[in-house]
Ligand binder design. Structure first.
Ligand code: NAP
Length: 225
């Protein structure tokens, strides 16, 4: 069973629904086939680009109130279709996520099947279980960690996986350039919010992929009241 994963994560060999996530992206990473408009190695020495790429319910939740993602993982998403994860991941040099997202990954993949090969920065105030992979626990504001994150990413981009409050903190610190959301055809009514603040956006790209409506936005300044 290779479930959607479309908008969340990556993969590991031992977890079936991770299977087609990270490794296809890495194959493209090493082959250097990243799409220029969604990342890929920069050639101009420009600043690091930060992407918040995620799936959401149509009413703006990343997870239900119990952090369940069954509503997401049961949907069809074509890994080779438009705005897919492997193409996106080909341009990513470092990941960023909050503690809840990290704990969800551990609960569903185990500590010995970490799905990412690029360095991952996990924001937490706690001492969390370690994994067999390049995971760096950090705290403080995103800007406090900017140098370390960008150094780890090298000439590639940064993927902010979530949650929504952490993504908003990155935006507040001027460290969020793009928001890509794949909307699942469901209304959850409650749960973990997509974003923790108000922002203006500019639509850059949209597509239908499987059961999902995907949209990529440029993140602009704070929304005027
Ligand atoms: N739909 C999708 O594609 C998608 C994508 C990503 C995540 N998710 C899911 O959505 C949910 C997100 O959970 P969430 O809203 O709780 O967000 P989260 O960002 O994953 O976790 C929030 C936690 O991260 C820690 N944290 C955040 N900022 C910090 C900072 N500056 N310094 C230190 N620690 C910091 C805090 O934990 P502590 O203080 O307890 O350490 C905070 O409670 C999860 O269930 C995840 O699995 C879904």
């Amino acid at each position: 069973m290779c479930l959607t994963r479309a908008a969340l994560i990556g993969c590991s060999a031992s977890c079936p629904f991770f299977e087609h996530r990270v490794r296809p992206g890495l194959a493209q990473y090493t082959a250097g086939t990243a799409r220029a408009d969604v990342g890929g190695p920069r050639e101009d020495g420009d600043m690091t680009t930060y992407h918040f790429y995620t799936a959401s319910s149509l009413d703006g939740f990343l997870a239900d109130p119990e952090d369940d993602l069954g509503w997401l993982l049961s949907r069809h998403f074509d890994e080779k279709g438009p705005m897919n994860i492997p193409d996106f991941q080909a341009g990513i040099g470092a990941n960023v996520m909050g503690a809840t997202t990290y704990e969800w990954l551990l609960a569903h993949g185990g500590t010995d099947s970490w799905p990412y090969e690029v360095p991952t920065f996990v924001f937490t105030h706690r001492e969390l279980a370690a994994v067999d992979g390049d995971v760096r626990f950090v705290s403080g504001a995103p800007s406090d960690n900017r140098a370390a994150i960008e150094s780890a990413a090298g000439d590639r981009d940064v993927w902010v996986l979530g949650g929504g409050a952490l993504a908003a903190a990155f935006a507040d610190d001027g460290m969020l350039d793009e928001l890509t959301v794949t909307f699942a055809p469901v209304l959850l009514g409650a749960g973990r919010p997509l974003f923790g603040g108000a922002r203006e956006l500019r639509l850059r790209e949209h597509a239908v992929n499987g059961e999902f409506l995907a949209a990529r936005y440029e993140v602009l300044g704070p929304r005027e009241a």
